[in-house]
Design a protein around this ligand. Structure first.
Ligand SMILES: [Mn+2]
Length: 360
């Protein structure tokens, strides 16, 4: 069990009693799905999306001043500054599933405080709190989008309600992500978060109105068509990048692809898709921006966060991450040297005989 019954009831109580909620959420499908469920349960509110660094600091106070919320909900964000909580001057409810940290004067809900291994995505926690069966599909988008599966009870209910979005014998999150139409829906959630804030917010306003996911996937309503149109436009850029990345494939153990784009970042998306297609390869995807290269690194047979740590020594850059999914940012001048070193260190590292999976 992710949250206790008491915790679930507490969130629900605060949510249903809030008249002016303000939501701050992570810019990924889990963050968006968490927000959508709470918003739809309470029927109003304003929101802000936390881009790049998942941290809420004092810069967010400005937005609260204008709106004067009665409650601030922070969803799927790993780090919240104590200064923000203190100066918000209103109730702060923080629901998260990253490594727990100690903060005061905040209603903090994180299943990992009790059980380190329990990292059910925030969409799942919000589904239990919001208690809206019709939003099951939104919860599934968030949970699978975070490379997890919910309780099998919910997966079964979902497969029954939306057979066209699921498939037979789907037992892992990556099969669901890359082999079902739910995966496409997750991609739509992910891609509409990219681009200009005003465009992102228009898409979110449409998303709030959606009752059935097929409205989006098949353009069955006006709101759905608007989302589908924007998603398709962004997806074209992604498809083109993915194609170019696949063309870069060589016979050796790694796939390196570096691209330039000032507006949109697809590194994570491309890296995850390539890892699914080529599970035996080390995947390095980089976006050149200014004088830096921003990297997404993925592998299934190598523990890469330790390799990355070593490769970063003496290089102008920084990075880190999980065992099989990392990010890094390297100054252009040092990039060639970094890449050669990373490849060399990776070659010298003994691969795991078994494929590993990890959420990213
Ligand atoms: Mn999450």
């Amino acid at each position: 069990m992710a949250l206790t019954k008491k915790e679930v009831m507490k969130i629900r109580g605060v949510l249903l009693n809030s008249r002016r909620p303000y939501f701050i959420f992570h810019d990924d499908p889990d963050g968006l799905a968490s927000f959508l469920q709470l918003y739809r349960a309470c029927g109003e509110g304003k929101w802000a999306i936390v881009k790049s660094t998942p941290r809420v600091d004092e810069t967010y106070l400005e937005r609260l001043r204008e709106y004067q919320p009665d409650t601030v909900f922070i969803l799927d964000i790993a780090m919240v500054d104590q200064e923000f909580i203190d100066k918000a001057k209103t109730r702060v409810v923080w629901i998260d599933h990253h490594a727990p940290i100690k903060r005061f004067n905040v209603d903090y809900f994180n299943p990992r405080i009790r059980n380190k291994a329990d990292n059910q995505p925030v969409s799942y926690l919000c589904y239990e709190a919001a208690d809206k069966k019709e939003d099951l599909w939104i919860m599934m988008v968030g949970v699978v989008g975070d490379w997890c599966l919910p309780k099998s009870k919910y997966t079964k209910e979902f497969a029954q309600a939306y057979p066209e979005l699921w498939g037979k014998r789907i037992v892992s999150p990556d099969e669901a992500l890359f082999n079902t139409r739910l995966g496409e829906l997750i991609m739509a959630f992910s891609f509409i978060l990219k681009g200009k804030t005003s465009d992102v917010n228009s898409s979110i306003k449409e998303l709030i109105k959606i009752g059935n996911p097929l409205e989006i996937l098949e353009g069955k309503s006006e709101a759905g068509r608007k989302i589908l149109d924007r998603y398709c436009r962004i997806k074209q850029v992604y498809d083109d990048l993915l194609k170019r990345a696949i063309e870069n494939k060589t016979a050796d153990n790694e796939l390196v692809f570096i691209y330039q784009d000032d507006d949109l970042s697809f590194s994570k998306d491309v890296a995850n898709a390539l890892l699914y297609m080529f599970p035996n390869k080390l995947i390095i995807i980089g976006r050149e921006k200014g004088d830096e290269v921003k990297l997404s690194i993925r592998a299934r047979r190598l523990v890469i966060n330790r390799v990355l740590e070593k490769a970063l020594a003496g290089v102008n850059g920084y990075g880190g991450g999980h065992e099989y999914a990392c990010g890094a940012c390297i100054k252009k001048d040092d990039f060639g040297r970094f890449l050669a070193r990373f490849a060399e260190l990776a070659l010298a590292t003994k691969p795991n005989p078994k494929l590993k999976r990890e959420r990213c």
